[in-house]
Design a protein around this ligand. Structure first.
Ligand code: MRU
Length: 325
């Protein structure tokens, strides 16, 4: 991942992130020195993407403990920074458990960084083989090098296809309102030499009907026990349109996005963000509703690409099997 600095790293006393709010205008690396800084960076999407908020949260926890803060309270504040991506809870709780057992949570956090990169590589390879014949792939939001500590989940599949020399054309949705697709995915893929074209979110159904799209591949913030999947707002509309057009729809995610304690998508807490994120250029009092995620029903998902294999319906048993493998 040498084309830009790591999405998150430990400097020895600070959590170093790429501040994703400034991309593509500038590549700014920022050191988070306090728990306050880490919580704020996660909540404001300075650092974003399920996998990297998990690893950032674990590093932030280790830092807080080193600074003498209360472990339980630090963990609680980190986990509350964003409610939908279960990776954050899993990673922070792993660091908290290590601390409780007298181990250094920093070792756990650093281990998670390495594991994430490794898991993403495996997802990429498995997805590459699954989607061997797909030449044009549509993706949503940003699931790549910025969102993980490796080459990404859904974008990992695209990088792996490119590495293998497959013909590949990517359609990246803009991803309103914060434009992770336009600002981050298009930037990231272009820098890596992947052929990418941006489309407005509102063009996606038409692209699926007319654009020769062979598959849709997206990430996940939480996969419920029955396979219902929460991901960036707009994912569900893509899945519905893909189903209508007969285009395969894949979720690519590390196993730590699977939450067997959440029975169905109805039980997933969906983060609602401030209306002002929608209101740029509009008058500030306009009533607005800004859910950050939606849930795609399991029945619309062709396969879930994880580091231990491509899971197929029925997802109840296949998810359980994958988690216990
Ligand atoms: O609000 P964001 O930008 O953190 O949302 C990100 C997504 O929805 C991604 O698809 C998901 O977190 C997977 S990142 C590997």
């Amino acid at each position: 991942m040498s084309d830009f600095p790591p999405s998150v790293a430990w400097t020895g006393d600070a959590v170093r992130i790429i501040d994703q709010r400034h991309i593509p205008e500038r590549l700014e690396v920022r050191d988070l020195d306090t728990l306050e800084d880490v919580v704020d960076a996660i909540a404001t999407l300075a650092v974003r993407g399920a996998n990297v908020i998990g690893t950032t949260g674990a590093l932030g926890f280790a830092q807080a403990v080193r600074q003498g803060l209360d472990p339980e309270e630090s963990a609680r504040r980190l986990i509350a920074a964003r409610p939908t991506a279960v990776n954050l809870r899993v990673a922070v709780n792993a660091a908290l458990a290590a601390q409780g057992e007298g181990r250094d949570p920093l070792d756990v956090a650093l281990g998670l960084l390495d594991a994430d990169a490794e898991q993403c590589r495996r997802i990429g390879e498995l997805g590459r083989d699954e989607l061997r014949d797909a030449r044009t792939i549509l993706t949503h939001c940003n699931t790549g090098k910025l969102a993980t500590t490796g080459w990404g989940t859904a974008l990992g599949v695209l990088y792996a296809k490119r590495e293998a020399g497959h013909e590949l054309h990517v359609l990246a949705t803009e991803t309103r309102p914060l434009r992770q697709g336009a600002r981050l995915t298009a930037w990231e893929l272009e820098r890596s030499g992947v052929d990418v074209r941006l489309i407005a979110d509102s063009a996606a159904a038409w692209a699926l009907a007319k654009g020769g799209v062979d598959a849709v591949v997206v990430g996940a913030d939480r996969i419920a026990a029955n396979g219902d999947t929460a991901n960036k707002i707009g994912t569900r509309a893509l899945a519905v349109a893909a189903h209508y057009e007969g285009v395969p729809f894949y979720v690519a995610a590390t196993l730590n996005a699977i939450d067997l304690s959440t029975p169905t998508g109805d039980d997933i807490e969906i983060e609602e963000r401030e209306a002002r994120e929608l209101l740029d250029g509009l008058h500030a009092e306009l009533p607005a509703w800004n859910p950050a995620f939606d849930v795609t029903p399991a029945e619309l998902i062709t396969g879930i690409i994880t580091e231990v294999g491509v899971l197929r319906p029925p997802y109840g048993p296949s998810l359980e099997g994958a988690v216990s493998s």
